[in-house]
Design a binder for this molecule. Structure first.
Ligand code: SAM
Length: 249
């Protein structure tokens, strides 16, 4: 009898200890249902619903690309936990990965088509290039900071983005050998749009760029080329890191 009581008490203590540990670790809610941290794909789904659809990103192909690309894997490990927040995030070298909404907005504005060839100036993490690569034939992307160009190239190739070519250098002069481009997307802000980039835009091409002074509000601007004529449209106010290199001279 004594032995049975002892065994029962032992089992009870073990059950109590386990349930205490589990509740401390956040595995159960009060009604007993299991709690799990949302994984990256669920976080992306929530990002699409709350940050993108709610703000007018309606192009289904763009939304699908934003659901698919693993944004966190383009970020240094120490900041991956912030991958799906509604904000730009530092990626080192005093640069940032743009806010998800801004990536989606710029992508939607240039209206990507499957046969398009795209030039991006400002590779940064490589994330925007990956999103574009889900939607178009080829992406060429230029990054001025060698360490970022190298890291982005590595992330893109490890994730199988073979349609993206990364070049380290100043994007001011564009990529003449690969021009003309159906889309040019500039993710650093020049005070004036570099003429070589306008020249490398194909007929019916679209160029999107934040234009304005460093460290201040800039205007996200869309340029379209029809029969050689450029039309310029202001979209919204934004704040980007400055375009460095020749653009500042
Ligand atoms: N598109 C990036 C992404 O998806 O992570 C974010 C780009 S970050 C806002 C701007 C990037 O432009 C920085 O990495 C910066 O080094 C780069 N940049 C600035 N001036 C440049 C230039 N003249 N040519 C190429 N890259 C430039």
């Amino acid at each position: 009898m004594e032995g049975t009581t002892l065994r029962l008490m032992l089992v009870f203590s073990l059950v109590l200890l386990c349930s205490l540990l589990l509740s401390f670790c956040g595995y159960r809610t009060q009604d007993g249902s299991p709690v799990t941290e949302p994984g990256p794909s669920q976080q992306r789904e929530e990002m699409v619903e709350s940050q993108l659809k709610g703000r007018g990103i309606a192009n289904e192909l763009v939304l699908e690309a934003m659901r698919k690309v693993p944004r966190h894997l383009f970020m240094p490990p120490e900041v991956r936990q912030y991958a799906y927040i509604d904000s730009p995030v530092p990626i080192g070298a005093e640069q940032t990965i743009s806010q998800p909404y801004i990536v989606a907005l710029m992508t939607q504005i240039v209206d990507p088509k499957p046969q398009d060839r795209v030039l991006e100036v400002g590779t940064g993490s490589g994330y925007q290039a990956a999103v574009l690569s889900e939607l178009v034939r080829e992406v060429f992307t230029i990054e001025i900071i060698p360490a970022l160009a190298q890291r982005a190239g590595k992330a893109l190739s490890e994730l199988g983005y073979d349609g993206v070519e990364v070049r380290q250098g100043d994007g001011y002069q564009g990529w003449p050998e690969k021009s003309p481009f159906d889309i040019i997307l500039i993710t650093a802000a020049p005070e004036e749009i570099p003429q070589p980039l306008i020249d490398q835009l194909a007929e019916r091409g679209r160029l999107v760029v934040p234009v304005g002074p460093a460290g201040d509000i800039q205007t996200l601007t869309l340029l379209t080329k029809v029969k050689g004529q450029i039309t310029r449209t202001s979209i919204t106010s934004v704040r980007f890191v400055p375009m460095t290199g020749e653009a500042q001279r």
